[in-house]
Design a protein around this ligand. Structure first.
Ligand SMILES: [Zn+2]
Length: 235
């Protein structure tokens, strides 16, 4: 079930992270200026101190219309599953899963996160993978904004999974949580499912669970999980 209430959405994410094994000091929240809700952050430690970190994000806030099921519960709720998939095998990098608050009001959550990083922490982030509006169509990538080497990795993963390669640039949609990371010179990539046809679903009352196709959503999960595992070996 998807709730419209921000506090319930946050509580559900925390519960899912805990159920996936992200508990104690691994699961934290970060206060966000001008937002009642914090960022929810789950950290999965890697085995190599110098390997750096890979950030995975999705936002849990929504606009006043619809259920915000696609935009962006679909991305945020995938984070605990991705945590679980990565946890099962040893990894080099730290993985930081962030359910961002207040994206729709001006990327406040992601801005806050990047702003609070020390210079050293910024330099240690090898990639930021953003999950935005998944499952309306097969997985797509915002190719024009993606870091070239992350985009190359993405295409390799899509080919290996025998999925069709779709690059759809969504400048029309405006912006997403990769923006503050790109400004900080951190390589980013956004996975989504937005097309000309599905774009009108966003920020409308049609943004419901029914707009998400389970098999396409599952493909988005497979792409994201495989990409993260792949980046752990290459970044
Ligand atoms: Zn969004």
């Amino acid at each position: 079930m998807v709730s419209r209430k921000l506090a319930e959405r946050r509580a559900t994410l925390e519960k899912l992270f805990e159920e996936a094994g992200c508990t104690g000091e691994s699961l934290t929240s970060q206060k966000v200026r001008s937002s009642k809700e914090p960022n929810v952050i789950c950290t999965l430690k890697g085995n190599e101190a110098d390997a750096g970190a890979i950030v995975v994000g999705g936002h849990f806030d929504l606009v006043d219309y619809g259920m915000g099921a696609v935009d962006d519960w679909s991305g945020a709720v995938l984070l605990p599953s991705l945590y679980q998939s990565l946890k099962s095998a040893p990894r080099k990098h730290d993985f930081v899963f962030i359910a961002f608050a207040a994206e729709e009001t001006g990327l406040n959550g992601s801005h806050e996160y990047v702003r609070k990083l020390t210079r050293e922490q910024r330099g240690a982030i090898r990639a930021m993978v953003n999950l935005e509006c998944l499952g309306m169509t097969p997985p797509k990538v915002w190719a024009s904004r993606a870091d070239p080497s992350l985009l190359e990795a993405y295409w390799k993963v899509v080919a290996a999974l025998k999925l069709q390669m779709f690059g759809v640039n969504v400048e029309r949609v405006g912006d997403d949580d990769t923006h503050p990371f790109r400004d900080a010179k951190i390589p980013t990539i956004s996975i989504h499912s937005i097309t000309q046809e599905t774009f009108p679903i966003l920020h409308s009352k049609r943004d419901q669970v029914a707009a998400i196709h389970p098999e396409m959503y599952y493909d988005a999960y497979r792409v994201a999980a495989t990409l993260l595992a792949y980046l752990d070996t290459t970044q």
